[in-house]
Design a protein around this ligand. Structure first.
Ligand code: DQA
Length: 158
């Protein structure tokens, strides 16, 4: 079984995890979340790369770079979830299967967080489980990609 390549992308302000509004986002910081995912990835036979930016354009550029390079993405678009046509278009334009992740349950919070510009084109969505949301998303994405029979070295991804 060839290893899957997964990019885990974190949007704005997620570099502040650990100290940022712990009632919503918990106490775990970003490097600890990334380290746990890398460890989980070993068990799932997938290689994890990670990227965080506070800038929409940098996230778009990284998605472009990931096209043809990764099998799928786990993305917490953070505030851009609710605003970014550019991220939606980049993910669609590069045809990368992705799972949308949120630490908090966005549907139990302010009204403006209920809308996601990515959700309807996502393979799946996980929200409300804190840092565990990322792990659930990674497991789900790997299952779907393997069921589709695809990795970058495989025969058919569709
Ligand atoms: C978030 C939820 C967003 O509404 C918020 O802007 C974030 C984090 C989450 O992980 O719960 O920055 O994506």
């Amino acid at each position: 079984m060839t290893a899957l390549k997964i990019l885990v992308m974190h949007g704005p302000n997620l570099n502040l995890l650990g100290t940022r509004e712990p009632q919503h986002y918990g106490m775990q910081n970003l490097s600890s979340i990334n380290a746990s995912l890398a460890e989980l990835g070993k068990g799932l036979n997938c290689t994890i790369s990670t990227f965080q930016s506070n800038h929409e354009g940098e996230l778009v550029e990284r998605i472009h770079q990931a096209a043809g390079e990764v099998d799928g993405m786990v993305i917490n678009p953070a505030a851009y979830t609710h605003t970014s046509v550019a991220l939606r278009d980049a993910l669609l334009g590069c045809n990368i299967p992705f799972v949308e992740v949120h630490l908090s349950n966005i549907h139990s919070r302010e009204e403006f967080r209920h809308r996601s510009l990515l959700a309807d084109v996502a393979t799946g969505i996980v929200a409300g489980f804190g840092a565990e949301s990322y792990a659930l998303a990674l497991r789900g994405l790997c299952d779907v990609l393997r069921a589709k029979g695809g990795d970058k070295n495989g025969v058919d991804k569709n």
